[in-house]
Design a protein around this ligand. Sequence first.
Ligand SMILES: [Fe+2]
Length: 173
Amino acid sequence: MHNFVAWSNNYSVSVSLIDSQHKKLIKLTNSLYAVCGEKNSDKRHAVFLKCVQDAVDYTGYHFGTEEIVMKKLGYPFYEKHYREHQDFVAKVVGLMDDLKTLTYVNPVSFVHFLKFWVLNHIAKTDREMGNYIMQQRQSNALSHITLKIKKVRSVVEDPFSRQQTVSYQYKIK
Ligand SMILES: [Fe+2]
């Protein structure tokens, strides 16, 4: 099937963990797009809401990963990047409310917004972060950092609540 959004190596931020999370976000966006083609509007609405919830939860988890990496490495533009994440979450929570209350909202515009935001953010803001990580790697011989990632329970119910801490060694290579 033709993909609505396709991964390109140009999107790589040279950090394998973050690249793999971005690929998953693209996959989730494609799943949402596929749901838009469902002819039965009740079914489309229900499945779309479920897929949006999955995408939003994963996005919260992914943002958490980036934010921890940036903090650990003393990224100088952390605040700007963090604010971009928060603005996105606030916007999506608003769109989710619309989707929940208006039963027959056409989800296509939502998916287009998601595509635009994800690609734009990866190509610009995350790229800057990736460049900084590469510099750190070169100058500090940085080999690995430990991440404690808190999984998001539900971004929609409470955008910034997080529970369940997952820790693991992550090698920056
Ligand atoms: Fe980001």
